[in-house]
Design a protein around this ligand. Structure first.
Ligand code: ZN
Length: 260
């Protein structure tokens, strides 16, 4: 259809359309309305992104989305990485992979159940790891990043206890999941196994539950001290726009106490 349209449209129209698109992009890029906290780029606003499209979402330069920038701002403001650290990173997001893998102070271990699906041009190899049977020593990592993984894992309690096991006493981590704050209890039904059924019940074809407000209790039950931090609310509406944050996501910051 697109090709047919291209053939049918007169050349002059195509050029005008190209100029219009270029102008639109330049208008979006020029300005200092927003600042990416990850790559420090400034724009009039961030690019729209998602289905349906959200405005002010994606950084034109580093590709960060709202949640990446919020997590990074949290890590930065709380000075969580201000010493040499070992970091375990499940399902590594590209923006964080770039930041962690290029830091000389960090022993960085990115991993995934299916490392072959990643195509990052970096020197740090993404290792194969099952989150319910993590192939690393106990009490090893200072900091663990595991975002939008647990909602895919049938035995998420086992995964959480494995994350706890490999974290050093005194260590910490950020474990974000999609969460429905209208639900008091997490909803799961393991009789729903088809992609269509899961999409309808849990919002995505490969999710196995909808977490509710008891998510923090699941984490606490395996031993974590959980800080449910409504960090984004510490910013004014203007600041939230400037950094391109969504105002609906809490940070789940989990600590393993020295006594653990
Ligand atoms: Zn950026």
């Amino acid at each position: 259809m697109k090709n047919l349209l291209k053939k049918l449209l007169p050349n002059g129209f195509k050029e005008k359309y190209r100029d219009y698109k270029k102008k639109k992009r330049k208008n979006a890029l020029d300005g200092k309305g927003v600042t990416c906290v990850i790559c420090n780029s400034t724009y009039k606003e961030f690019a729209p992104y998602g289905m349906p499209k959200r405005s002010n979402a994606r950084c034109f330069n580093c590709g960060s989305l709202e949640r990446h920038r919020l997590i990074w701002k949290y890590i930065d403001d709380k000075k969580l990485l201000n010493k040499s650290l070992s970091i375990l990173h499940f399902a590594p997001e590209k923006v964080f992979y770039k930041l962690f893998s290029t830091s000389e102070d960090i022993e960085y271990v990115p991993c995934d159940l299916m490392p072959e699906i990643y195509n990052y041009d970096g020197n740090t190899i993404i290792q194969q790891a099952d989150i319910t049977d993590i192939p690393f020593d106990s009490n090893h990592f200072d900091f663990i990043v595991c975002n939008h993984v647990l909602e895919h894992i049938p035995d998420d309690r086992l995964a959480m206890s494995e994350l706890f096991r490999v974290m050093k006493p005194g260590g910490s981590g950020i474990f974000q999941v999609p969460l429905d704050y209208n639900r008091e209890h997490t909803y799961e039904d393991f009789s729903i196994t088809t992609p269509e059924g899961r999409a309808e019940a849990f919002g995505q074809h490969d999710h196995v539950r909808w977490y509710g407000r008891d998510y923090k209790d699941r984490l606490a039950n395996v031993g974590f001290q959980v800080v449910e931090d409504d960090f984004v609310k510490t910013f004014s509406k203007d600041e939230q726009f400037k950094y391109g944050f969504m105002d609906s996501e809490m940070i789940y910051f989990c600590k393993k106490t020295e006594a653990s």
